[in-house]
Design a binder for this molecule. Structure first.
Ligand SMILES: [Zn+2]
Length: 308
Protein backbone atom coordinates (compact mmCIF):
# COMPACT_ATOMS: atom_id res chain seq x y z
CA UNK A 1 0.00 0.00 0.00
CA UNK A 2 1.18 3.48 -0.80
CA UNK A 3 1.51 6.20 1.85
CA UNK A 4 -1.59 8.36 2.25
CA UNK A 5 -0.90 12.05 2.78
CA UNK A 6 -3.17 14.92 3.79
CA UNK A 7 -6.06 15.48 1.31
CA UNK A 8 -5.72 11.87 0.05
CA UNK A 9 -7.75 8.82 1.10
CA UNK A 10 -11.26 10.14 0.45
CA UNK A 11 -13.65 7.56 1.99
CA UNK A 12 -16.70 8.60 -0.05
CA UNK A 13 -18.05 6.58 -2.97
CA UNK A 14 -18.46 9.29 -5.63
CA UNK A 15 -20.95 7.16 -7.60
CA UNK A 16 -19.78 9.04 -10.68
CA UNK A 17 -21.86 6.85 -13.01
CA UNK A 18 -25.15 8.15 -11.52
CA UNK A 19 -24.49 11.89 -11.30
CA UNK A 20 -26.53 12.56 -14.44
CA UNK A 21 -29.53 10.63 -13.07
CA UNK A 22 -31.50 13.64 -11.81
CA UNK A 23 -34.28 11.52 -10.25
CA UNK A 24 -31.70 9.63 -8.23
CA UNK A 25 -29.96 12.86 -7.13
CA UNK A 26 -33.35 14.39 -6.21
CA UNK A 27 -33.97 11.32 -4.06
CA UNK A 28 -30.65 11.86 -2.27
CA UNK A 29 -31.50 15.53 -1.70
CA UNK A 30 -34.81 14.48 -0.08
CA UNK A 31 -33.12 11.88 2.12
CA UNK A 32 -33.27 12.99 5.79
CA UNK A 33 -29.86 11.38 6.34
CA UNK A 34 -28.25 13.72 3.77
CA UNK A 35 -25.62 16.14 5.08
CA UNK A 36 -24.25 19.29 3.52
CA UNK A 37 -21.02 21.22 4.09
CA UNK A 38 -21.35 24.98 3.55
CA UNK A 39 -18.24 26.85 2.39
CA UNK A 40 -18.15 30.61 2.69
CA UNK A 41 -15.47 32.32 0.60
CA UNK A 42 -13.99 28.78 0.32
CA UNK A 43 -13.76 28.43 4.10
CA UNK A 44 -15.75 25.48 5.47
CA UNK A 45 -18.07 26.03 8.40
CA UNK A 46 -16.67 24.32 11.47
CA UNK A 47 -17.58 23.72 15.08
CA UNK A 48 -15.54 22.71 18.08
CA UNK A 49 -13.02 25.53 18.61
CA UNK A 50 -9.62 24.07 19.55
CA UNK A 51 -10.28 20.66 17.99
CA UNK A 52 -12.49 21.73 15.10
CA UNK A 53 -14.74 19.46 13.05
CA UNK A 54 -16.43 20.11 9.73
CA UNK A 55 -19.94 21.41 10.39
CA UNK A 56 -22.00 18.87 8.40
CA UNK A 57 -25.57 20.17 8.51
CA UNK A 58 -28.98 18.70 7.63
CA UNK A 59 -30.00 19.76 4.15
CA UNK A 60 -33.25 21.42 5.16
CA UNK A 61 -31.82 24.77 6.23
CA UNK A 62 -30.16 25.10 2.82
CA UNK A 63 -33.06 24.22 0.54
CA UNK A 64 -34.09 27.81 -0.02
CA UNK A 65 -30.54 28.94 -0.87
CA UNK A 66 -30.18 25.98 -3.27
CA UNK A 67 -33.52 26.81 -4.92
CA UNK A 68 -32.31 30.39 -5.38
CA UNK A 69 -29.26 29.08 -7.22
CA UNK A 70 -26.48 28.56 -4.64
CA UNK A 71 -23.94 26.19 -6.22
CA UNK A 72 -24.52 22.65 -4.99
CA UNK A 73 -22.22 19.66 -5.57
CA UNK A 74 -22.71 16.00 -4.75
CA UNK A 75 -19.58 14.72 -3.01
CA UNK A 76 -20.53 11.06 -2.65
CA UNK A 77 -22.04 8.40 -0.40
CA UNK A 78 -20.55 7.32 2.91
CA UNK A 79 -22.10 4.42 4.83
CA UNK A 80 -25.41 5.01 3.10
CA UNK A 81 -25.48 8.74 3.79
CA UNK A 82 -25.34 11.26 0.90
CA UNK A 83 -22.90 14.14 1.30
CA UNK A 84 -23.11 17.48 -0.52
CA UNK A 85 -21.32 20.85 -0.44
CA UNK A 86 -22.83 24.26 -1.08
CA UNK A 87 -21.28 27.61 -1.88
CA UNK A 88 -22.60 29.70 0.99
CA UNK A 89 -20.75 32.89 -0.01
CA UNK A 90 -23.11 35.84 0.19
CA UNK A 91 -25.82 33.99 2.13
CA UNK A 92 -26.68 35.15 5.63
CA UNK A 93 -27.12 31.49 6.65
CA UNK A 94 -23.38 31.09 6.83
CA UNK A 95 -22.51 33.99 9.10
CA UNK A 96 -20.05 32.58 11.60
CA UNK A 97 -17.76 33.96 14.20
CA UNK A 98 -14.39 34.54 12.55
CA UNK A 99 -12.75 32.66 15.41
CA UNK A 100 -14.49 29.51 14.10
CA UNK A 101 -13.50 30.12 10.51
CA UNK A 102 -10.44 28.29 9.22
CA UNK A 103 -8.94 28.20 5.78
CA UNK A 104 -8.69 24.64 4.47
CA UNK A 105 -4.90 24.52 4.73
CA UNK A 106 -4.91 25.38 8.44
CA UNK A 107 -7.84 23.12 9.17
CA UNK A 108 -6.89 20.02 7.18
CA UNK A 109 -4.08 18.75 9.45
CA UNK A 110 -6.47 18.97 12.44
CA UNK A 111 -9.08 16.72 10.80
CA UNK A 112 -9.19 12.94 10.49
CA UNK A 113 -7.50 11.95 7.21
CA UNK A 114 -10.66 11.12 5.28
CA UNK A 115 -12.40 14.35 6.31
CA UNK A 116 -9.50 16.43 4.98
CA UNK A 117 -9.83 14.66 1.63
CA UNK A 118 -13.58 15.37 1.47
CA UNK A 119 -12.87 19.01 2.33
CA UNK A 120 -10.32 19.14 -0.50
CA UNK A 121 -12.85 17.70 -2.96
CA UNK A 122 -15.48 20.24 -1.86
CA UNK A 123 -13.12 23.21 -1.94
CA UNK A 124 -11.72 22.46 -5.39
CA UNK A 125 -15.19 22.00 -6.88
CA UNK A 126 -16.81 25.06 -5.30
CA UNK A 127 -13.84 27.17 -6.38
CA UNK A 128 -13.98 25.77 -9.93
CA UNK A 129 -17.65 26.73 -10.26
CA UNK A 130 -16.98 30.25 -8.98
CA UNK A 131 -14.27 30.77 -11.63
CA UNK A 132 -15.96 29.07 -14.60
CA UNK A 133 -19.33 30.73 -14.94
CA UNK A 134 -18.94 31.39 -18.65
CA UNK A 135 -18.36 29.13 -21.63
CA UNK A 136 -14.71 29.06 -22.75
CA UNK A 137 -15.91 28.41 -26.31
CA UNK A 138 -18.60 31.08 -26.89
CA UNK A 139 -18.73 33.23 -23.75
CA UNK A 140 -22.33 32.46 -22.75
CA UNK A 141 -23.31 31.87 -19.12
CA UNK A 142 -23.12 28.13 -18.36
CA UNK A 143 -25.37 26.00 -16.15
CA UNK A 144 -24.49 23.44 -13.51
CA UNK A 145 -25.46 19.86 -14.39
CA UNK A 146 -24.53 16.31 -13.36
CA UNK A 147 -24.89 17.10 -9.65
CA UNK A 148 -22.18 19.76 -9.83
CA UNK A 149 -19.64 17.84 -11.94
CA UNK A 150 -20.28 19.48 -15.33
CA UNK A 151 -21.12 23.00 -16.53
CA UNK A 152 -23.07 22.99 -19.74
CA UNK A 153 -23.40 25.83 -22.23
CA UNK A 154 -27.03 26.35 -23.36
CA UNK A 155 -25.89 28.16 -26.54
CA UNK A 156 -23.13 26.07 -28.13
CA UNK A 157 -23.90 22.88 -26.11
CA UNK A 158 -20.29 22.50 -24.93
CA UNK A 159 -19.73 20.63 -21.67
CA UNK A 160 -17.04 21.85 -19.28
CA UNK A 161 -15.51 19.59 -16.64
CA UNK A 162 -13.62 20.40 -13.42
CA UNK A 163 -9.89 19.90 -13.88
CA UNK A 164 -6.91 18.84 -11.80
CA UNK A 165 -3.69 20.66 -12.69
CA UNK A 166 -0.68 18.31 -12.63
CA UNK A 167 2.33 19.60 -10.71
CA UNK A 168 5.69 17.85 -10.35
CA UNK A 169 7.46 18.29 -7.03
CA UNK A 170 10.88 16.76 -6.53
CA UNK A 171 13.80 16.28 -4.22
CA UNK A 172 16.99 16.42 -6.27
CA UNK A 173 19.56 14.10 -4.70
CA UNK A 174 23.32 14.05 -5.24
CA UNK A 175 25.06 11.46 -3.06
CA UNK A 176 24.48 12.39 0.57
CA UNK A 177 23.07 15.82 -0.20
CA UNK A 178 19.78 17.09 -1.59
CA UNK A 179 18.66 20.36 -3.16
CA UNK A 180 16.09 22.64 -1.53
CA UNK A 181 15.01 26.10 -2.63
CA UNK A 182 13.55 29.13 -0.92
CA UNK A 183 10.68 30.69 -2.83
CA UNK A 184 10.75 34.40 -3.54
CA UNK A 185 7.11 34.75 -2.49
CA UNK A 186 7.74 33.23 0.93
CA UNK A 187 9.84 35.33 3.31
CA UNK A 188 11.92 33.90 6.15
CA UNK A 189 13.94 30.71 6.35
CA UNK A 190 11.46 28.29 4.77
CA UNK A 191 13.02 25.93 2.23
CA UNK A 192 11.17 23.31 0.21
CA UNK A 193 11.39 20.97 -2.76
CA UNK A 194 11.43 22.50 -6.22
CA UNK A 195 8.06 22.24 -7.98
CA UNK A 196 6.20 23.44 -11.03
CA UNK A 197 3.22 22.91 -13.29
CA UNK A 198 3.44 20.39 -16.08
CA UNK A 199 3.32 21.84 -19.55
CA UNK A 200 1.32 20.41 -22.46
CA UNK A 201 3.21 17.84 -24.48
CA UNK A 202 5.74 16.64 -21.90
CA UNK A 203 6.10 13.45 -19.88
CA UNK A 204 6.44 13.50 -16.10
CA UNK A 205 10.19 12.86 -16.38
CA UNK A 206 10.60 15.65 -18.93
CA UNK A 207 8.58 17.99 -16.71
CA UNK A 208 10.80 17.18 -13.71
CA UNK A 209 14.02 17.76 -15.69
CA UNK A 210 12.77 21.02 -17.23
CA UNK A 211 11.53 22.44 -13.94
CA UNK A 212 14.71 21.61 -11.99
CA UNK A 213 16.89 23.08 -14.73
CA UNK A 214 14.72 26.19 -15.02
CA UNK A 215 14.72 26.91 -11.27
CA UNK A 216 18.23 25.80 -10.27
CA UNK A 217 20.36 25.17 -13.39
CA UNK A 218 20.94 21.57 -12.24
CA UNK A 219 20.83 18.75 -14.83
CA UNK A 220 18.73 15.76 -13.78
CA UNK A 221 19.36 12.11 -14.74
CA UNK A 222 17.21 9.36 -13.24
CA UNK A 223 13.71 10.27 -12.06
CA UNK A 224 11.81 8.07 -9.62
CA UNK A 225 8.12 8.54 -8.81
CA UNK A 226 7.28 8.21 -5.11
CA UNK A 227 3.76 9.38 -4.27
CA UNK A 228 1.09 11.96 -5.03
CA UNK A 229 -1.31 14.22 -3.20
CA UNK A 230 -4.40 16.21 -4.22
CA UNK A 231 -3.75 19.86 -3.30
CA UNK A 232 -6.97 21.89 -3.37
CA UNK A 233 -5.40 25.38 -3.76
CA UNK A 234 -7.15 25.61 -6.08
CA UNK A 235 -7.04 22.21 -7.75
CA UNK A 236 -3.62 20.63 -8.23
CA UNK A 237 -2.37 17.08 -8.19
CA UNK A 238 1.10 17.14 -6.62
CA UNK A 239 3.19 14.29 -8.05
CA UNK A 240 6.28 13.65 -5.94
CA UNK A 241 9.66 12.38 -7.23
CA UNK A 242 13.19 11.70 -6.14
CA UNK A 243 15.62 12.50 -8.90
CA UNK A 244 19.33 12.33 -9.50
CA UNK A 245 21.30 15.58 -9.80
CA UNK A 246 24.02 15.19 -12.43
CA UNK A 247 25.65 18.58 -11.94
CA UNK A 248 26.73 20.61 -8.95
CA UNK A 249 26.64 24.30 -9.71
CA UNK A 250 23.41 26.14 -8.86
CA UNK A 251 22.06 29.04 -10.93
CA UNK A 252 18.65 30.08 -9.60
CA UNK A 253 15.81 31.55 -11.59
CA UNK A 254 15.56 34.89 -9.73
CA UNK A 255 11.92 35.35 -10.78
CA UNK A 256 10.85 32.41 -8.62
CA UNK A 257 13.66 31.30 -6.33
CA UNK A 258 15.45 33.54 -3.85
CA UNK A 259 18.04 30.90 -2.98
CA UNK A 260 18.77 27.20 -3.53
CA UNK A 261 21.30 25.07 -1.66
CA UNK A 262 22.61 21.53 -1.32
CA UNK A 263 21.82 20.31 2.20
CA UNK A 264 23.49 17.29 3.88
CA UNK A 265 21.15 14.39 4.66
CA UNK A 266 21.37 14.87 8.44
CA UNK A 267 20.48 18.55 8.17
CA UNK A 268 17.34 17.72 6.18
CA UNK A 269 16.47 15.03 8.72
CA UNK A 270 16.73 17.64 11.51
CA UNK A 271 14.45 19.99 9.55
CA UNK A 272 11.91 17.17 9.11
CA UNK A 273 11.94 16.53 12.86
CA UNK A 274 11.54 20.23 13.70
CA UNK A 275 8.63 20.53 11.24
CA UNK A 276 6.79 17.75 13.09
CA UNK A 277 7.42 18.91 16.63
CA UNK A 278 6.42 22.50 16.59
CA UNK A 279 5.80 25.91 15.16
CA UNK A 280 8.43 27.52 13.00
CA UNK A 281 11.35 29.03 14.82
CA UNK A 282 12.16 31.99 12.55
CA UNK A 283 15.84 31.84 13.50
CA UNK A 284 16.19 28.29 12.13
CA UNK A 285 15.88 26.89 8.64
CA UNK A 286 12.59 25.05 8.12
CA UNK A 287 10.67 22.92 5.64
CA UNK A 288 6.86 22.49 5.32
CA UNK A 289 5.00 20.36 7.89
CA UNK A 290 3.36 16.98 7.24
CA UNK A 291 0.37 18.62 5.48
CA UNK A 292 2.53 18.96 2.36
CA UNK A 293 4.05 16.20 0.24
CA UNK A 294 7.37 18.12 0.19
CA UNK A 295 7.74 17.17 3.85
CA UNK A 296 7.34 13.48 3.03
CA UNK A 297 9.80 13.54 0.14
CA UNK A 298 12.38 15.04 2.53
CA UNK A 299 11.43 12.54 5.27
CA UNK A 300 11.55 9.47 3.09
CA UNK A 301 14.94 10.30 1.64
CA UNK A 302 16.62 11.72 4.76
CA UNK A 303 15.55 8.76 6.92
CA UNK A 304 16.76 6.31 4.28
CA UNK A 305 13.28 4.95 3.50
CA UNK A 306 13.72 5.64 -0.22
CA UNK A 307 16.66 6.29 -2.47
CA UNK A 308 17.14 7.31 -6.04
ZN1 LIG B 1 -20.80 27.96 -25.33
Amino acid sequence: MEDIYCFAGNPLDRVSERRRDTAWIDGLLADPKARILPLRELRPLTRGGASPELDWQPLDSWREAIDRGATLVFLGLGEGRPYFAVDASGTDLAVVDDADSFDARTLAPLLPAGEAAILGEARSLIDWHARHRFCAQCGSATRVTAAGWVRRCPECKASHYPRSDPVTIMLVVRGERALLGRNRRRPGNRFSCLAGFMEPGETLEEGVRREVHEESGIEVGRVRYLACQPWPFPSSLMMGFLCEGLTEEITVDPEEIAEARWFPREEIRAMVERAVTGPDDPTQLSIPGPVAIAHHLCRRWSFGLDGI
